[in-house]
Design a protein around this ligand. Structure first.
Ligand code: ZN
Length: 344
């Protein structure tokens, strides 16, 4: 491959058996590096024929449990244990990961909002285009591992998108149950918008490319929660086993899973003004509609009464803001409600 390439290229061979670690090179020509590339880590672990699982983290650079778990997986996954292929992209938006930011410092773009991407729009779009049009078409199953990042903190949950196709949804749901964890979140992706380009996320891209699509949130606050890291590592091992990629590995029991959903606008709370948010409920609390979510305090005008924010629905507080300072419109948290086991 020429060093003058203007589009992404890689040194791994997706068809070769064994374990390969390499880079996806994103050409990035700047003053200090005329022919430079951004070397995004990638690994391919393959043995014979079987399903392909594409495992991704670092979609947002300030979310670490998935990035660390996939790095650990790259070092420990034995190709001899496979019947199929794992493609592992642990820090998908490497410029954002280097900076510890949600968005890329190169173009201020959020990778999870630019699909389907036009590579002419900058490096983040180039990465998205390559993921959707080079990696996802090889994959049967796509997993995108998130946390709340610097601004949010989440209870740990694995999620799955159900598209309204019974056979595929049954398999997708079984993968989520095998992944395990205290919470499982169901997304209703049967809306046609998701499969015709309405979704700007990597999950939407995976659905367009015909993949079973799972995700999850495993903490936040831009720290590494070691309990959640364990959940991700066990979950990914279990998912590979359930998918048949590691057919001789048993799915490790992970206890009960509480099934949740959260797709209504009233599940979300937002800051009404500038100030400092003092929460009245904590992560994992059960709250009722009308309960006090917290108060926004004006540091310039301590004589003013703080503004009260109330929950607009009842449910489990699965996400809270991880930064005290708020501006109007900042998400303060969101709720999920219990949902029944799906019927296929
Ligand atoms: Zn994220």
């Amino acid at each position: 491959m020429s060093v003058f390439s203007t589009s992404l290229f890689t040194d791994v061979d997706f068809e070769r058996d064994g374990k390969q670690t390499g880079r996806v090179s994103l050409p990035y020509s700047v003053t200090r590096s005329a022919y430079g590339v951004i070397p995004i880590p990638i690994a391919v672990v393959k043995n014979g024929e079987g399903p392909t699982v594409l495992l991704m983290a670092g979609n947002h650079g300030d979310e670490y449990e998935g990035q660390i778990a996939l790095g650990n997986l790259i070092r420990t996954l034995d190709p001899a244990s496979l019947a199929g292929r794992a493609i592992i992209l642990p820090s998908a938006n490497l410029p954002a990961a280097r900076a510890g930011q949600r968005v890329s410092p190169l173009d201020q773009a959020n990778l999870n909002r630019v699909f389907p991407a036009d590579p002419a729009h900058g490096p983040t779009h180039e990465i998205a285009d390559w993921i959707e049009n080079h990696l996802m078409p090889m994959a049967d199953i796509f997993v995108d591992l998130h946390s709340g990042g610097g601004s949010l903190d989440y209870v740990p949950f694995v999620s799955v998108s159900l598209i309204g196709e019974p056979e595929q949804d049954k398999q997708a749901y079984a993968l989520m149950r095998a992944f395990g964890g205290p919470y499982g979140h169901l997304w209703d992706a049967s809306d046609a918008k998701l499969t015709t380009g309405g979704s700007r996320t990597a999950g939407g891209a995976a659905q367009r490319q015909g993949c079973i699509e799972l995700g999850g949130e495993f903490g936040g606050g831009a720290i590494v929660n070691t309990d959640h890291l364990y959940l991700v590592e066990r979950g990914v091992r279990n998912l590979l086993a359930q998918a048949g990629v590691t057919p001789n590995v048993a799915v490790e029991p992970s206890g009960t899973m509480r099934l949740m959903a959260s797709d209504a606008a009233e599940h979300f709370s937002f800051a009404p003004d500038y100030g400092v948010f003092v929460p009245a409920a904590g992560l994992g609390d059960e709250v009722q509609s009308g309960d006090l979510a917290g108060t926004v305090h004006n540091l310039e005008h301590p004589e003013r009464e703080p503004l009260a924010v109330h929950f607009r629905a009842s449910g489990l507080l699965i996400c809270v803001r991880a930064i005290g300072r708020v501006e109007p419109g900042d998400c303060l948290g969101h709720l999920a409600v219990d949902t029944d086991e799906p019927k296929f």
